[in-house]
Design a binder for this molecule. Structure first.
Ligand SMILES: [Zn+2]
Ligand SMILES: [Zn+2]
Length: 341
């Protein structure tokens, strides 16, 4: 192993994403050095570059979705071995705050996230706590495993943990993009009926293949589609992957009384709710952030058994990070972008 590696570093906000060279990290006590084989590029990475989501201390290696093999062990790590195929849960949690102690680790009060407050996986190597690692079985490729911690596990956390989706329910997925397409698969897998929206037919075609009814909100009425879908009842769950005033207003307007709107997107800084209707109908808006290690464990199982298929829209090499970012920005991809090594 050489002492230097390639990494995508944000040294200042603005500019472009590019690969630079920096030292290979040393795994601290309880940590594992992972040789990264693939990492997922997320829209959030672009927000980090622009500074819209500040990182705290710079410079920082970004990349919060990764898969690879164990390359070295820090002191005290006994349960992993060199060569083990792994992915990693994003949240590094303290283990002793009141949320960690009650198993709600996604609300840890002292959380640091891989690729945010800690160095991440758009690099040749990353050091992560052994407690974050999850085994990737041989039938799941590194590229597919690389998009599980966020694009898939986040939808799993939203629908299963926060939304408690169940058999026979009717789910509306607003925004069948990189996250939403996995939301379709997860809701279908849970036995729900799904209606998915997008303004792009290519995305809707894939959502349809995954078992959803679809509506192109560019030129079709969502209200009419939902009325047909639910025989006038309204949907049980809305997954809002967009998070604008419009999407929340639309989502609430087609939600049944007592239904849940799962807020995953956050494009507008503030949202509006129709207070009287919301109050009378006892609807719920539930924030959904990230995923837990256990969510990731369960997602790996679902992929292994073939019930969920990670959707990769494009592969780029790590050096092509700027091209990959431009492709993501252009927004006409179906599925996630994976950076291979
Ligand atoms: Zn992300
Ligand atoms: Zn904690």
């Amino acid at each position: 192993m050489s002492h230097m590696m390639r990494a995508v570093v944000i040294a200042r906000y603005g500019g472009t994403l590019e690969v630079t060279h920096c030292p290979v990290p040393r795994p601290g006590p309880g940590e594992v050095l992972v040789e990264v084989h693939a990492s997922g590029l997320c829209g959030t990475d672009l927000h980090l570059l622009s500074g819209r989501q500040p990182l705290g201390t710079l410079p920082r290696i970004i990349g919060h979705e990764l898969a690879g093999e164990v390359a070295a062990l820090g002191d005290g790590v006994t349960q992993w071995h060199e060569g083990d195929r792994v992915t990693a849960a994003i949240d590094v949690t303290c283990g002793h705050c009141r949320h960690c102690l009650t198993g709600e680790t996604q609300r840890c009060l002292a959380m640091q996230r891989i690729g945010f407050e800690r160095d991440g996986g758009h690099a040749d190597y990353v050091a992560v706590p052994a407690a974050n690692l999850v085994t990737v079985p041989p039938e799941i490729s590194y590229a597919a495993a690389a998009i599980l911690p966020d694009a898939v596990a986040c939808m799993y956390h939203s629908l299963v943990h926060q939304g408690k989706v169940g058999i026979g329910q009717r789910v509306l997925i607003l925004g069948a993009g990189g996250l939403g397409i996995h939301g379709v698969q997860i809701a279908r897998s849970a036995g729900a009926e799904v209606l998915a929206t997008s303004r792009r037919w290519e995305r809707l075609a894939l959502a349809e293949e995954s078992g959803a009814l679809v509506v192109n909100t560019k030129d079709q009425s969502l209200e009419t589609a939902v009325a047909t879908f639910t025989h006038g009842d309204g949907v049980d769950i809305v997954v809002d992957n967009i998070g604008t005033r419009d999407s929340v207003r639309q989502g609430l307007s087609v939600l049944r009384p007592g239904g849940k709107l799962l807020l995953v997107g956050y494009l507008d800084e503030t949202l509006e709710i129709p207070s009287m209707r919301f109050f009378k109908q006892e609807q719920e808006i539930i924030g959904c952030r990230g995923s837990t290690r256990q969510d990731l464990v369960e997602v790996v199982r679902l992929v292994q058994s073939g019930r969920i298929t990670p959707v990769i829209g494009a592969h780029y090499k790590l050096e092509q990070i700027d091209e990959a970012a431009a492709c993501l920005e252009a927004g006409d991809l179906v599925g996630r972008i994976v950076l291979t090594r």
